[in-house]
Design a binder for this molecule. Sequence first.
Ligand code: EPU
Length: 418
Amino acid sequence: MERLLIRGGTPLCGEIRISGAKNAALPVMAATLLADGPTIVGNIPHLHDVTTTMELLGRLGVELTVHEGMEVEVNTATIKSLQAPYELVKTMRASILVLGPLLARFGEAEVSLPGGCAIGSRPVDIHVDGLRAMGAEIEVADGYIKGRAGRLRGAHIRMDLVSVTGTENLMMAAALAHGTTVLENAAREPEVINLATCINAMGGRVRGAGTSTLTIEGVERLYGVHHRVLPDRIETGTYLVAAAMTGGEVRLKDTAPALVAPLLDKLRDSGAEVEAGRDWVALRMRGRPRAVDLQTAPYPGFPTDMQAQFCALNAISTGAGSVTEGVFENRFMHCLEMQRMGADIRIEGATAQIRGVERLTAAPVIATDLRASASLVLAGLVAEGETRVDRIYHIDRGYECIEEKLAQLGADIQRVPD
Ligand code: EPU
């Protein structure tokens, strides 16, 4: 297993490119299962979760060709299995995204139940109940969600909670159903809109993406297209926070500033100077940031996937800030690791009360989930001494070449074998 060694203290300066969004690439790759002809997906990030998705599609018998510049061509004509096995699903919960498309197009699917997860219980009832409402027969047995259906039927579904992959799964299933489906309390994330755009380009009829009510008129068949994945707003936010924490000056290109508006507001509150153009954003921070208060919520609220990084920012800021997690039950594991680096953090239920300290000190720390790992790398960038971040396979699930990008900005960071 590999680890990262980071020697803190260098302000990050320079320019880097932002990759395609993991959480847009995964649903779009699942949506390729809906199309009759080959689909080409562009701006795919080179990430572990993408490799897992390609492996999963490969297990189903799908033919995959990787073209130059991380364009992946998916041809489903050769499909021979309708099962997503445990050993793949356990490493990536988003594998559940194949359930809707497989049931809708082939009338059958078996997807392993995702196992325990380091960020609170993440059930799949919204996915299963929605598909049942569309006429699928679903049983959970032997650790698998086993579904069967004739042609799915349109239905009126109100989801109890806002679920990103729940909305995406049901949207994909409804795209090939007989009749119209209305999804109420739908997720409004940009990645959901990106998926709707892809399905519509395939010949689907999804309306209302970006609002909390989606209306999906099912069609008989969908066709292969060329679709481009949108830029990663969480990667964008993570590098902006890194620059703010280190008192640096960075410019991020190939991104979409409109998607990170709540993050830019918080960074300005913390004292950063932020400028943005159509596809770039630049940040400069002089001196230490000021601590900020925030509460995570579904889009357009503050993203839960940026909560850990802002905990790291508050940990070295002037003043005190409170960070409330409003999406997941148990997403503060990084705070315990930051305390080991000298951070002053008190967890009270769903809120972390953080009083900034002048400096953190290096320690060996363990990454427990993807965004937690990123926040520990950020803490390492400002800590005195050499921080060792273990279990970095979590980082590789969601950040393309993180040590190369940070090194390009001047950070003293290296990946070493165990
Ligand atoms: N929930 C249920 N029942 C369900 C589904 C969800 O109770 O059937 C609950 C969850 O337990 C959670 C809340 O609803 O409390 C929201 O979860 P959601 O379903 O929206 O999460 P997700 O779709 O599994 C996606 C992202 C996550 C991101 C969340 C929230 C993908 C592949 N994953 O997960 O990304 O944190 O939305 O924005 O899109 C990450 O990239 O690090 C990551 C974890």
